[in-house]
Design a protein around this ligand. Structure first.
Ligand code: 3PY
Ligand code: ZN
Length: 633
């Protein structure tokens, strides 16, 4: 069609085209680009129409979606000044001091990261968040930050959404220039599940900052401060962003039988993190175990122990975390994490809209336009419907979390995992085994990636009908999951109090465990050389950031790259079509390039021919286009 464009151009038709003709008319290349994009988008749609989106395990043909309404905003209005402007003016030290010294409680909105990670298995696509990002930033500059990146989003955007996570970040940065953007950073595991060389961690921090991150919430999945130092230092030395170091909260400090994760334990850790240079402290209550009275105690004591602001994160799995926030706010916590109504509650964060209502008349109230929050929540209520296959099925909050301690972000994934392994009807046993596995490991902190290992062990025990006793007595003859071997070997670092020797021995079977930082044993990467190799292997890569994605997840990147070669930029396809394809005669608009849309209608799908190929006939901007797809059924 590029050739067609050339041939049909009037200059060419007049016979006046010279060699320079193509050079002087770069729009022909744009045409080629948009044609190419259209072709690939049709190829993707045809594939989903014939074979379905492999991530959609069940499709409800009766489902009717409402059209989500984006709350109105003025695209020409300037952005009101927000936290990002303050940070830019003051620098991280002064700014965080201001956070601590001013009186109002501040808010972080987690809707774009932990909210959907915890309720919809991280599946929300960039397009659906971006639709409301600018309006939200213009309406709510009073927020402390937007949590938008890190955690599981990096992996899932590539693996399941076939999107570039860096482009997502850049798009958020552009849409929300007045607000602090925050990410969740797994310390020496960055945004992955294993240990990476220190210079990769440093590079990753720097590039995240360059592309838009201001606040780095850094944690270690075993609360091992030693493993957090490199990332804290990288934020301090390579960026002008904020290093927010987290203590992961587990157990119950008010339980008289709790001898391991005591108040003293957390105070000590907080002081160490402050000494390491943290600008702020996070209490990361990933499973929602911090009850109101414990929060009151913990925050009161932390306030005395450290001079940096305290940022509280929780999950509302048990349903009482708004009370935890109120107690924590009374005790002086500086910032709390909330998710917009329709993506809040259960394994997600407490309801932002309701917390704002709760704070009306409180001496630390930070006024937020409730009506506007409700409008954004309504948007999400409708968008959430599109993602129905990824709902966890949890219908009510559950105090069982105090027994199993499963993090919110993991809970929404554990059930589909169990079903995939044929253990769907053993979910109750699986949850029990989660706490049995935790005890076998010596009662460790459970958060990605350590929580994944406890989950793997629980799945292993459930599918093999093993008790804790079986693991100890028959362990020598059992072949444990790879992740369990790595944990016991020390690949994720050292837990407080060490691993139980007996379990370590049966798992490692003579292999010597590490004692130091696992990253210390990893050779630094030679970026020039390695990047060149990457470019040779993936010639159509999108540069150094793509290389960093590859470093985090080599296999996932490989598949993502192939999908992109085949289908192009699928992030432009509207979500219902991305997930469910099109019905006959359904028409959608795809923004194919800046200011350019195409209209696509499905006309019909043929029967499979004797090669198993179906022909899908579309109408693209009024012209008929056919795509052949193999029917895999
Ligand atoms: C993650 O690391 O993805 C988490 O959300 C941990 O809570
Ligand atoms: Zn969380």
């Amino acid at each position: 069609s590029f050739l067609l464009n050339v041939i049909s151009h009037p200059i060419f038709q007049r016979g006046e085209a010279r060699v320079s003709f193509i050079e002087n008319h770069p729009e022909l290349f744009n045409l080629r680009k948009t044609n190419d994009r259209s072709t690939r988008a049709l190829r993707y749609l045809a594939e989903v129409i014939v074979n379905g989106n492999p991530e959609v395990k069940f499709k409800d043909p009766t489902k009717v979606f409402r059209q989500p309404v984006v709350p109105a905003f003025d695209p020409y209005a300037a952005y009101p000044k927000g936290s990002k402007d303050l940070l830019r003016d003051m620098g991280p030290e002064k700014f965080t001091q201001w956070v601590r010294d001013q009186k109002q409680v501040l808010y972080t909105d987690t809707t774009f990261r932990d909210g959907h990670q915890s309720l919809l298995a991280t599946r929300v696509r960039t397009k659906d968040m971006l639709a409301v990002a600018e309006g939200f930033a213009k309406s709510h500059p009073e927020l402390f930050s937007m949590e938008v990146w890190g955690g599981a989003t990096f992996d899932v955007t590539m693996r399941f959404l076939h999107e570039n996570p860096w482009k997502r970040l850049q798009a958020f940065r552009e849409a929300m220039p007045n607000m602090l953007l925050q990410m969740l950073f797994r310390g020496s595991n960055a945004v992955g599940y294993s240990a990476y060389p220190d210079n990769l961690i440093e590079e990753f921090v720097e590039k995240s900052w360059e592309n838009g991150i201001d606040v780095f919430r850094i944690f270690d999945s075993l609360n091992w401060v030693e493993a957090m130092k490199v990332s804290i230092r990288a934020v301090r030395e390579r960026t002008t962003g904020i290093a927010e170091a987290a203590i992961c909260y587990t157990g119950d400090i008010l339980d008289p039988n709790q001898h391991k994760y005591t108040l003293q334990y957390y105070l000590d850790m907080a002081r160490q993190l402050e000494d390491e240079g943290a600008h702020m402290l996070a209490i990361k209550d990933m499973a929602g175990l911090l009850k109101p009275l414990a929060a009151e105690k913990l925050v009161t004591e932390l306030k005395k122990a450290v001079n940096i602001p305290i940022h509280l994160h929780t999950h509302d799995t048990a349903g009482i975390q708004a009370a935890t926030y109120l107690k924590a706010i009374d005790a002086g916590v500086d910032i709390v994490d909330c998710a917009l109504g329709a993506l809040s509650g259960l394994t997600s964060q407490p309801n932002f809209n309701s917390v704002v209502a709760m704070m009306k008349g409180h001496e630390r109230e930070c006024p937020v336009d409730q009506h506007s929050l409700n409008a954004y929540s309504n948007y999400w209520e409708d968008v959430r419907e599109w993602y129905y296959p990824f709902e966890s099925g949890m219908k009510a909050s559950s105090a069982e979390v105090y027994e199993n301690e499963i993090p919110g972000g993991q809970y929404s994934n554990l059930k589909p995992q169990a079903i995939a392994l044929g253990l769907g009807d053993k979910f109750e046993t699986l949850k029990k085994n989660y706490s049995v596995a935790n005890q076998l490991f010596g009662d460790i902190v459970k958060v990605t990636p350590s929580s994944k290992v406890v989950g793997d062990m629980a799945l292993f025990m459930t599918s093999n009908n093993l008790t804790a006793q079986d693991v100890l007595s028959r362990g020598e003859s059992l072949s444990f999951p790879e992740s369990v071997k790595e944990l016991m070997k020390g690949i994720l670092g050292q837990p407080y109090g060490g691993f139980p020797k007996e379990v370590q021995d049966v798992v490692l079977k003579g292999d010597e465990p590490l004692t130091g930082r696992p990253n210390e044993h990893l050779a630094p990467i030679n970026f020039d050389e390695d990047f060149a190799k990457f470019q040779a292997k993936y010639p159509n890569n999108e540069g150094f950031l793509d290389y960093l994605s590859f470093q985090m997840y080599p296999k996932v990147y490989d598949e993502y790259y192939k999908a992109r070669e085949q289908y192009g930029e699928v992030s432009i396809i509207p979500t219902p079509a991305f997930l469910y394809g099109l019905k006959e005669n359904e028409e959608i608009m795809i923004p194919i390039d800046e200011g350019k849309n195409i209209l696509v209608r499905l006309l019909f799908m043929s029967e499979a021919d004797d090669q198993g190929m179906r022909t899908i006939t579309f109408e693209l901007n009024g012209q008929s286009r056919q795509v052949k797809v193999r029917d895999k059924s």
